[in-house]
Design a protein around this ligand. Structure first.
Ligand SMILES: [Mg+2]
Length: 300
């Protein structure tokens, strides 16, 4: 058996059956049974040196992250993930097959939690660094998908968990908020939602731009992760700034009209309110302008 054929056989043996998968890995294409609701499609590419350091990180964690970032995008639409395809460019190293297997096992570990089969893909090697790209298919529920463009002035803004300092490890080990998003969407009319990949101030700004409104955040209400405090000790920047700008928290930001807020579970953090225009953060009673990259330093 050639190397690639042996690897495909290895993958095949590890692909669980799934009611939507008519043809799994091993043919020219996979075949998925169509559903009745809109198909959601997302893709994300991770590169050694940019999104992780292969020299420093267990490949299983890299595989896990490659799957998890895509699951997070499906969560941000309040969708249900269905199946994934994977492309990997391997570096020309002696144990490349082992690396491919470890990546796959990491992807599987994350995919299994959400009953997502990996139904196909492509593996090549080149004289560059490791690149791994996952494409994930999902489906909206009968409630439809939640977009970025439905926030309105007066809506309350929430996040699902504490923010900042993800570089200390959470950017690899986070849990995509699929279950939380589905439960929320079931209980509450969500006007807009997004997952935090670029940072709270940048990703909330995407909601504001798409929705055509502004926001005022309450500095005291933003949940700060203990990692943001740790980072602050080495960076010299305030923990709040890490919470606003660090990114890769993969929590969700969502907007809810005042009539619906009593339905929002109490574990979520109300961080501010949508306004007709502007983008500010209140520290005590002092409003400070925010930008997608965080606040404007008083001394800058
Ligand atoms: Mg996203």
């Amino acid at each position: 058996m050639s190397g690639e054929f042996a690897y495909i056989e290895w993958l095949r043996k590890r692909t669980p059956t799934h009611p939507r998968v008519l043809i799994g890995p091993g043919d020219d294409c996979a075949a998925l049974a169509p559903g009745t609701r809109p198909l959601l499609v997302t893709t994300d590419m991770l590169m050694d040196g940019t999104d992780f350091l292969l020299a420093e990180v267990d490949p299983r964690r890299i595989g896990r992250k490659a799957m998890a970032v895509n699951l997070s995008d499906i969560a941000a639409m309040a969708g249900v993930p269905i199946a994934a395809v994977v492309s990997v460019a391997l570096p020309q190293i002696t144990n490349a097959r082992k690396l491919a297997e470890e990546l796959y096992l990491g992807m599987r570990e994350m995919a299994d939690r959400f009953q997502v089969p990996i139904v196909g893909g492509d593996t090549n090697s080149w004289d560059g660094k490791l690149v791994i790209s996952v494409t994930l298919f999902g489906e909206a529920t009968e409630r439809g998908s939640v977009r970025r463009n439905g926030a309105k002035p007066g809506d309350w803004l929430y996040v699902t968990g504490p923010l900042g300092g993800s570089i200390l490890g959470r950017h690899l080990d986070f849990m995509p908020r699929i279950a939380e998003a589905l439960a929320l969407h079931e209980a509450v009319d969500l006007d807009a939602m997004i997952d935090i990949s670029d940072g709270l101030s940048a990703d909330l700004h995407h909601i504001l731009e798409e929705s055509g409104c502004g926001a005022t955040l309450d500095a005291d209400a933003i949940p700060i992760h203990p990692d943001a405090i740790l980072r602050s000790q080495s960076s010299g920047r305030p923990p709040l700034e890490h919470a606003l700008t660090d990114g890769e928290d993969f929590e969700l930001i969502f907007a809810v009209s005042p009539e619906q807020i009593h339905r929002v579970p109490s574990q979520y953090h109300r961080i501010g309110v949508c306004t007709p225009s502007g983008y500010t953060i209140l520290e005590g009673t002092t409003p400070r302008p925010l930008t997608p990259r965080g606040w404007i330093h008083p001394l800058s």
